[in-house]
Design a protein around this ligand. Structure first.
Ligand SMILES: Nc1ncnc2c1ncn2[C@@H]1O[C@H](COP(=O)(O)OP(=O)(O)OP(=O)(O)O)[C@@H](O)[C@H]1O
Length: 289
């Protein structure tokens, strides 16, 4: 259960107002998509939710408590230009975060704890279709595979909130599509709250349960930095049918991916809406290899 409340938040850098009067309540398990013109403050909003920035005015609450002053493991982030460690294997990259969290001095676990973490990391890599590449280094991966690795790095920390900053912006259309299906399924399975920034309107409305637009309602041509941006429209897929159809689409994509061939299998039983779909095999995501 994670509720995020943004209460009258402003962000200023010196005399430059980037965000003003931002108010937003996100109930548990929302998939919020943020759209808006370039440079308007979308990433700044994400950085505030991550505690990489602090509001100049106003406050942000998570489950009724003021947000931690520093980034914490319960808030994961994936950027368009992801940062995976080039000198570590795929498996090493995924194990790194939990190792540093459990052992801040050495950044290493030993014995059973290491084996348990390895098993968990391998299960996650299997889930996102990267288990065959567990021993590879990032430079041996395609862009889509690296982005999946970045998502695995965030998910292994079991975040309550996942922040995605144009995560698919650098990917080709086919890879984007498979990543959409993957993220939607992971959102459903892990029951996380997701906040995603994108420039792609069709992506926004096909993935989000709610889409907000950020823009500057007031402009001063003599001093553009005088007024900040705020939420100018807010589309909530309130209708239960829309939310249910998101779940149905996720289940259908997973069922399709699990089918060995379109002709071989008898009719597939779809999981009930709201239940976790079957795991997506690596072959389903092979497009971007
Ligand atoms: N640390 C900083 N110091 C000063 N100004 C900053 C800082 N960080 C961001 N800004 C300014 O805040 C404004 C909003 O930036 P932000 O990156 O949030 O926009 P955006 O909507 O995400 O843009 P894009 O869509 O191009 O990624 C920009 O004018 C930027 O120059």
């Amino acid at each position: 259960m994670t509720e995020i409340r943004v209460e009258n938040v402003w962000k200023e850098y010196g005399a430059s107002v980037v965000l003003e009067r931002v108010n937003l309540t996100l109930p548990d398990h929302e998939f919020l998509v943020v759209i808006g013109p370039s440079g308007v403050g979308k990433t700044t909003l994400l950085r505030l939710l991550l505690s990489q920035e602090t509001p100049t005015r106003g406050r942000i609450l998570i489950d009724g408590e003021p947000i931690a002053a520093e980034p914490t493991a319960d808030r994961g982030v994936v950027f368009q230009r992801y940062s995976v460690f080039p000198h570590r294997t795929v498996l090493g990259n995924v194990m790194l975060g939990p190792q540093w969290a459990a052992s801040p001095l050495l950044g290493r676990l030993f014995g059973r704890r290491r084996r348990d973490l390895r098993d968990r990391a391998m299960a996650l890599l299997e889930r996102i279709g990267l288990s065959a590449a567990a021993g590879h280094y990032p430079q041996q991966l395609s862009g889509g595979m690296q982005q999946r690795l970045a998502i695995a790095q965030a998910l292994i920390m079991q975040p309550k909130v996942l922040l995605l900053d144009e995560p698919f912006g650098a990917l080709d259309p086919g890879t984007r599509k498979s990543m959409h299906a993957l993220v939607r399924e992971l959102w459903e399975e892990h029951a996380m709250t997701i906040v995603m920034v994108t420039h792609d309107l069709s992506e926004a409305f096909s993935l989000g349960t709610r889409v907000i637009a950020i823009d500057r309602p007031r402009r001063d041509p003599q001093a553009p930095e005088r007024f900040g941006a705020t939420i100018t429209s807010d589309f909530v897929a309130k209708c239960p049918i829309v939310r249910e159809s998101r779940r149905f689409e996720a289940a259908r994509a997973a069922a399709r991916a699990a089918a060995p061939s379109p002709l071989a299998a008898p009719a597939l039983a779809l999981p009930l809406a709201g239940s976790a779909g079957p795991a997506l095999p690596a072959s389903a995501l092979a497009k971007d290899r």
